[in-house]
Design a protein around this ligand. Structure first.
Ligand SMILES: O=P(O)(O)OC[C@H]1O[C@H](OP(=O)(O)OP(=O)(O)O)[C@H](O)[C@@H]1O
Ligand code: HPA
Length: 176
């Protein structure tokens, strides 16, 4: 059996918390309590839980929904197509939707989520990712809010997984 590499800490949890608080301070003034924060399951859960609570500390109590998408499976590279496992729970027609995800890499997942929100009649779609990885080609749409520009390494922790493992690490680590 191949040895599993040891995760190397790139961003400790104290920095993660500082970045989430900074994102909330930027997002609170451009949203309202009717805004629907929509997490992309599964990886976005940890970030979305922290960001919505950081918004609440600033007096912004957004609504909450989820889209369950997947494109990586157990691999370290995108399959290049997005499988949609579950749609929004409630209608988003006429609402501002704030899509939240852990990482922006090829950009395909975020683009599919924006497409679904617009198809559902959202009045405005904002996007926020905790981490953005570099990519050689333009990606559309670029996220409206980015917490951290990550290096071009395979990331785990804070929701990011390898084959379903290591999502619960509180730090963001490289596994390569
Ligand atoms: O920009 P992209 O290349 O689309 O990559 C980003 C997406 O990849 C991961 O999801 P994944 O498909 O692995 O599902 P998961 O949320 O269950 O980890 C991650 O959570 C993002 O949603
Ligand atoms: O670096 C990554 N790690 C885990 N999941 C991912 N999905 C896209 N990029 C990554």
């Amino acid at each position: 059996m191949a040895d599993t590499p040891t995760p190397i800490v790139l961003l400790p949890e104290s920095e993660v918390a500082r970045i989430v608080a900074d994102l909330a301070a930027r997002i609170a003034p451009v949203t309202d309590d009717e805004t629907v924060a929509a997490v992309l399951l599964t990886g976005g859960l940890w970030f979305a839980a922290d960001l919505t609570r950081a918004l609440s500390r600033l007096g912004r109590n957004v609504r909450f929904d989820a889209l369950w998408l997947a494109s990586y499976g157990d691999e370290k590279e995108s399959r290049g197509r997005i499988d949609v496992y579950a749609p929004f729970q409630r209608p988003v027609a006429g609402k501002t939707v704030l899509i939240l995800d852990d990482v922006f890499d090829t950009g395909l997942s975020l683009a599919e989520a924006v497409r679904i929100a617009k198809e559902g009649g959202a009045a405005r779609v904002l996007t926020c990712v905790f981490a953005r990885k570099p990519w050689p080609l333009p990606r559309a749409p670029e996220p409206d809010f980015v917490g951290w520009d990550a290096p071009n390494r395979f990331l785990v922790g804070y929701g990011l997984d390898h084959a379903g493992a290591l999502r619960g690490l509180p730090d963001i680590c490289a596994l390569d």
